[in-house]
Design a protein around this ligand. Structure first.
Ligand SMILES: Nc1ncnc2c1ncn2[C@@H]1O[C@H](COP(=O)(O)OP(=O)(O)OP(=O)(O)O)[C@@H](O)[C@H]1O
Length: 233
C-alpha cells in the first residue's frame, strides 16, 4: 500500500437547494480497499457516492463546498478543479448501480462499447480485452458461446457482473457501487461479493450497502451516514 490516501475529503458540504445533505466531512480513504457506506434511507448515501464522479451535477440543483482529491497514478487531483476534464474523471471512476443496466445491445458490444469511446482499436485487440475482462468477472464461461445475444437475456446476477465488467474495461482506479447486490438472490450476491474482494487489488471500491452482514464480510472500512455526517463504525 502507498503512503498517501487514495481519496481525501476536506470539509465537504453538500446541499440540494437549501436542504443540507452532507456537512463538514473531512475523511481519507486508503487505496486497494473496500469502503462501505451505510445508513438510513434518504440520508444521502447515493448523493455521497455521486460526488466522486460528479454525477450529481447532471441534476443541476446541488451545491458542493470543500475539496475532494483523488490520488490518481499521475498524482493528486482536485476532481472539481481545472486539471481534469469530466470525461477523463468518469473513465477513472467507474460506477455500477443498484439495478443492472445493460445497454440494449449484445453481450460483447456492451463491454466493447466504452473501448470505442477511447479511440481506434483493432477488432482483435477489442475481442481480447473483452474476453479478459469477462474472465475477470467470472462470466466468460457462461457467455462465451452467446456473445452476440442481447445482454438483457442474461439473469440478473449475470447482468450485474456484465455491468461491473463494463465499468472495469477502462481500468478505473475507483469503482463506485450503489447497493450492487440488492436486486440479486443469495447465490448471485455471493458471486459479486467474492468478485469485489478480488477487484480491490486493482481499484479502490466505495460501496453503499444496506446489509450489515455483507459489510462485515467484505468491507475493510465502514461508515454510517447519519445527521449529515459519516461516522466510522
Ligand atoms: N436531484 C435532487 N434534488 C433534490 N433533492 C434530491 C435530489 N436527489 C436526491 N435528493 C434528496 O436528497 C436526499 C438524499 O438522497 P439519496 O438518494 O442520496 O439518499 P440515500 O441515503 O441514498 O437513500 P436510499 O437509501 O433510500 O437510496 C433525499 O431526501 C432525496 O430526496
Amino acid at each position: 500500500m502507498c503512503q498517501y490516501p487514495k481519496i481525501a475529503l476536506e470539509n465537504v458540504c453538500f446541499s440540494y437547494e437549501k436542504r443540507t445533505i452532507l456537512k463538514g466531512i473531512s475523511l481519507q480513504f486508503p487505496e486497494q480497499a473496500i469502503i462501505a457506506v451505510t445508513g438510513p434511507s434518504g440520508t444521502g448515501k447515493s448523493t455521497f457516492l455521486s460526488l466522486f464522479n460528479r454525477l450529481w451535477e447532471e441534476e443541476g440543483q446541488g451545491n458542493l463546498q470543500g475539496k475532494i482529491t483523488i490520488h490518481f497514478k499521475e498524482g493528486p487531483t482536485d476532481i472539481y478543479g481545472k486539471e481534469i476534464a469530466l470525461d477523463q474523471l468518469r473513465r477513472r471512476v467507474g460506477m455500477v448501480f443498484q439495478s443492472p443496466n445493460p445497454l440494449p445491445m449484445s453481450i460483447g458490444r456492451n463491454i466493447a462499447f466504452p473501448l470505442g469511446l477511447q479511440g481506434k482499436m483493432s477488432r482483435v485487440e477489442k475481442a481480447s480485452r473483452v474476453e479478459k475482462i469477462l474472465q475477470e468477472v467470472h462470466l466468460w464461461d457462461e457467455v462465451k458461446d452467446r456473445l452476440d445475444s442481447d445482454a438483457r437475456t442474461l439473469s440478473g446476477g449475470q447482468q450485474q457482473r456484465l455491468c461491473i465488467a463494463r465499468a472495469l474495461i477502462l481500468q478505473p482506479e475507483i469503482l463506485l457501487l450503489d447497493e450492487p447486490t440488492s436486486s440479486l438472490d443469495a447465490a448471485a450476491c455471493e458471486k459479486i461479493e467474492l468478485l469485489l474482494v478480488e477487484l480491490k487489488r486493482q481499484c479502490t471500491i466505495l460501496m453503499v450497502s444496506h446489509y450489515q452482514d455483507q459489510i462485515q464480510r467484505i468491507a475493510d472500512l465502514s461508515y454510517r451516514l447519519a445527521n449529515k455526517r459519516l461516522e466510522r463504525q
